[in-house]
Design a protein around this ligand. Structure first.
Ligand SMILES: Cc1cc2nc3c(=O)[nH]c(=O)nc-3n(C[C@H](O)[C@H](O)[C@H](O)COP(=O)(O)OP(=O)(O)OC[C@H]3O[C@@H](n4cnc5c(N)ncnc54)[C@H](O)[C@@H]3O)c2cc1C
Length: 406
């Protein structure tokens, strides 16, 4: 019988182990930590948002230019498979806000236990794989605690470098030592670091529905809409976290970059212009910032008016210049972003093993026969909302099918 080692007991490794078991192979899972699936347990605030309701094409599109790569994995192991597997193990899925899937119990642990139970793999915790052994270009085993153990194939599902409080992955180093190219690891799904002091002064203020645009020169590189939270270092909340991977990549190349913030995404200059006119007509003697506080927290309204030079201006007394500046700030307020992170606070890593060196139809390495990859270690990162978990489960299952690439 084929002997297969799985490196990592996260969602990707567990899903790979389950597929192996279903194919009659009893895998050995090596986990460097003393407990399995720690990131899975921490995910979604302990509830694990494991997928979402998008169809395959729309789901893949949210992974950016490289999204096409994950279509094979999603076809082999779509959301429907994951939900029906979990339900077969007594873990009911709950759809919230018509989009996010969580276990109905609200416990990520139920998902971990379902996979551990069904995969029934030999799990060796506190066992770090320090070397993947090869002979004639094919995997021949792994080295753990100085001991060489023979295997016919290895699934490397060691995760990334994000959230290092949960343990630094040595998976990237293992891949690199076998000749794989590692795309630079950068923080994704992380808070944004903003230069402007007035932003930091608003720490704790939130906007339920804001839009952020990432601009490079005249080009809009990325946009996100959702909740926004001001922090003492910049911005957090869904819309900030979603943009973090793109911000990291751009700032890594160019240094500071420009963000545009809209406090009412559905309103452009024309709508705000009508609103200013309404304030003038219906409450001209009131301060502009008093009117604006109906659309945003008082402190945010004060800050926007201060930036627009109309802190003490009444709605009926706005000069043409004040009106012009205020209008452009309300439609799109420019901010300077210096990056995202730090990596220790990131919920995902951008970068990882280059996609060019992996067969998307099997997840097998193009460089080393019998070496497969799955999950976050691969250079594919989705935004918030169950994307990264689903990718880990799907790619793990595809790798565990051990399809022959050659
Ligand atoms: C706080 C937090 C919340 C999150 N919430 C969500 C969410 O709700 N929804 C979502 O989609 N995503 C979420 N994510 C992201 C998601 O957790 C990851 O994308 C996912 O866990 C990646 O799975 P993986 O199996 O590839 O890697 P991991 O889960 O990181 O597992 C890799 C495992 O490999 C082990 N390992 C590494 N190197 C070795 C080695 N050499 N030898 C032995 N073992 C090794 C590691 O210790 C680790 O246990 C969250 C992340 C964090 C940090």
């Amino acid at each position: 019988m084929k002997r297969v080692a799985v490196i990592g007991s996260g969602p990707a490794g567990l899903s790979a182990a389950l597929a192996l078991r279903e194919n009659g192979i009893q895998p050995v899972i090596f986990e460097r930590r003393d407990l399995p699936g720690l990131k899975l347990l921490a995910s979604g605030g302990g509830r694990c948002n494991f997928s979402n309701s998008l169809d395959v094409e729309s789901f893949a599109a949210r992974f950016g230019r490289n999204g096409l790569f994950l279509r094979d994995a999603l076809r082999v192991a779509p959301r429907e498979w994951l939900i029906s597997f979990l339900e077969s193990q007594g873990v009911k899925a709950l759809l919230t806000d018509g989009f996010y899937y969580f276990p109905a119990s609200g416990r990520a642990r139920d998902i971990l236990n379902a996979f551990l139970r069904a995969a029934h793999a030999e799990l060796r915790t506190s066992s770090e794989v320090t070397e993947i052994l090869t002979a004639d270009g094919s995997v021949s085993g792994v080295r753990v605690d100085g001991e060489a153990i023979a295997f016919d194939a290895v699934i490397l599902a060691g995760g990334g470098t994000a959230w290092q409080g949960l343990g630094t992955s040595s998976g990237l180093r293992l891949a690199e030592s076998l000749g794989h190219t590692i795309m630079k690891p950068l923080p994704a799904v992380a808070p944004l670091l903003i230069r402007e002091d007035w932003v930091k002064a608003l720490s704790g203020v939130s906007i339920p529905h804001a839009k952020l645009l990432l601009r490079s020169g005249k080009r809009i590189l990325a946009e996100s809409i959702g909740s926004l939270l001001f922090t003492h270092e910049g911005l957090s909340g869904f819309s900030a976290l979603d943009l973090a991977g793109d911000v990291s990549a751009l700032c890594d190349r160019t240094g500071d970059a420009e963000l545009l913030l809209s406090i009412r995404p559905e309103w452009g200059r024309a709508e705000w212009s009508s609103e200013l006119e309404r304030w003038r007509r219906e409450g001209g003697v009131k301060l502009v910032r008093t009117h604006l506080a109906r659309h945003a927290a008082h402190s945010l309204a004060d800050a926007v008016c201060a930036l627009s030079g109309c802190s003490e201006a009444k709605a009926c007394m706005l000069s043409a210049m004040q009106r012009e500046t205020l209008l452009s700030h309300l439609a799109a307020l420019p901010l300077t972003v210096s990056g995202a992170g730090p990596m220790e606070k990131a919920m995902a890593m951008r970068g990882g093993v280059s996609l060019r060196e992996i067969h998307p139809a099997t997840m097998e390495s193009r460089l080393v026969q019998g070496l497969y990859f799955a999950g976050e270690i691969v250079d594919l990162t989705g935004p918030c909302g169950g994307y990264n978990m689903q990718w880990a489960f799907s790619s793990g299952r595809l790798a565990g099918c051990m399809r022959n690439t050659r």
